[in-house]
Design a protein around this ligand. Structure first.
Ligand code: SAH
Ligand code: SF4
Ligand code: F3S
Length: 442
């Protein structure tokens, strides 16, 4: 066996890694994967950066401010390291892939840069004498043989597909995550059984266009049915679906399978056909609204959330008003709203920006305020109704209370009959705000 090639006087098995995660759920799952890859190499994960030999920030590139935050944070770790050169600091994930080896020059003291398809080779990068970069994208990498090291809790993340083929004009994801690839359904079912055996009660299927899942024989709807057949799992959810990939088989599986949450995140981006076309989203407003209508017929209690971008180049006041109107018409339970951020390498990078920062801010603030009112009104309709909650953890503010999610994925804070978590309990809703329902176990 080759030497346990750590640092002098230290075996690899003594080495520890601290991982900090930014961005979407896919990155959360990838951090668990990184921990899994490194566990194989003898590294143990630690929760405190001060106890770590390796500090790794798993980064996001979706908007400029996401990158700025990480750049600041990594500089902080580098300066805090001072003369403790034993500690190695690096960046993983989408921002690493986006800027590649330029990062080593831009951030002096950085030791390694690894993209989303390079995690299998991370130990080599850590063992190298010199700072290094591994940003090779690999059309076939799915990490299907790597067991992630999952955080404990009631909910487990399961990546079912990686990458994206859609190339929406504003988005870096296809460039930093590569082409779409699905994991084989049999591998995923086996993993789901293991998730259940480890005591998790909810599985969240992940992918950037998760409902485009297809391993050649199993489509997304079929996979949802297989997942909901797994004993021990009470709930199945998924994120992030694309409206244009929402096939009948998936809608029918949501309708038929009691364990599949009646909750759908359906990114709209804009309520204007002109802007949707400019973004190359692959559907019209009419098609989107027909989908919403169909979902509401098949799954009457469905909750909907969305993503909105304001200030895309060319967005007029009229386009923006159409977005605000459509949000009202759909009546979203929740919305993630963003100012357009121009990203290097995307198709929209070359399109001249037309909306000032001031107007972007004003548009964003208006949508946020309207969504707050809308969500409050929707949630208050739940007062006096009972709902089933998967108890997750002690509430932060109310002593002795618990917090969990209901089937529509709303946060419910409630007075329990027992403080055990991981239980499915019936809660009578007594009050509601924009983000949270409050009640007591009955
Ligand atoms: N795959 C998902 C979205 C993933 S990115 C989908 O297509 O539905 C999450 C959200 O970030 C997007 O839906 C979009 O609203 C926002 N986003 C992506 N790129 C952005 C950019 N350049 N500027 C602002 N917001 C952006
Ligand atoms: Fe980005 Fe569009 Fe792919 Fe979503 S579908 S990840 S917005 S390119
Ligand atoms: Fe960000 Fe990468 Fe997710 S860019 S949103 S972490 S796929």
């Amino acid at each position: 066996m080759p030497a346990l090639d750590g640092l002098p006087g230290q075996s690899r098995t003594d080495r520890t890694i601290y991982i900090e995660t930014y961005g979407c759920q896919m990155n959360v799952a990838d951090s668990e994967l990184i921990a899994g890859v490194l566990a194989r190499g003898g590294y143990a994960s630690v929760a405190n950066p001060e106890h770590a030999d390796i500090i790794l920030l798993n980064t996001c590139a979706i908007r400029e401010n996401a990158e700025q935050r990480v750049a600041q944070r990594v500089r902080h770790f580098i300066s805090a390291r001072e003369n403790n050169s034993r500690v190695r600091i690096g960046l993983a994930g989408c921002m690493a892939q986006h800027h590649r080896d330029r990062l080593l020059n831009a951030i002096p003291g950085l030791d390694f840069v690894v993209g989303p398809d390079g995690y299998r080779r991370l130990a080599q990068l850590l063992d190298a004498e010199e700072p290094g970069t591994d940003v090779r994208l690999d059309r076939s990498e799915t990490y299907q043989d790597i067991a992630p090291v999952r955080a404990s809790g009631v909910r487990a993340w399961l990546t079912i597909m990686r990458g994206c083929n859609r190339f929406c004009t504003f988005c870096v994801v296809p460039y930093v995550r590569g082409r779409e690839r699905s994991l084989p359904a049999d591998v995923l079912i086996k993993e789901a059984h293991s998730i259940a055996a480890h005591g998790f009660r909810e599985i969240v299927l992940l992918g950037q266009t998760v409902n485009a899942y297809n391993d050649g024989t199993t489509d997304f709807g079929a996979l949802l049915r297989m997942m909901s057949d797994i004993d021990g799992i009470d709930r199945v959810r998924f994120t992030s679906p694309h409206p244009a990939d929402m096939a009948d088989s998936a809608i029918e599986a949501m309708r038929d399978c009691g364990k599949v949450s009646p909750y759908l995140h359906l990114p709209l981006q804009s309520g204007s056909d002109r802007i949707l076309a400019a973004m190359d989203r692959g559907h019209t407003i009419d098609e989107y609204m027909r989908l919403v209508e169909r979902l509401r017929i098949e799954i009457p209690d469905i909750a909907l959330s969305t993503d909105i971008i304001v200030g895309y180049p060319g967005e007029t006041e009229a386009d923006f008003a159409a977005t605000a109107d459509l949000m009202d018409e759909v009546g979203y339970d929740h919305a993630f709203m963003f100012k357009y951020s121009r990203r290097e390498g995307t198709r929209a990078e070359k399109v001249k920006e037309t909306v000032s920062e001031q107007d972007k801010n004003a548009r964003l603030q208006r949508l946020i305020a309207e969504q707050l009112t809308r969500a409050t009104a929707i949630n208050q309709k739940r007062i006096g109704h009972a709902t089933e909650v998967l108890a997750e953890f002690p509430a932060r503010k109310q002593k002795g209370w618990l917090s969990g999610k209901d089937p529509q994925f709303k946060t419910v804070v409630f007075e329990p009959k027992s403080t055990d978590v991981g239980r499915l309990v019936t809660v009578m809703i007594e009050s509601a705000g924009p983000q949270t329902l409050l009640g007591r176990e009955v």
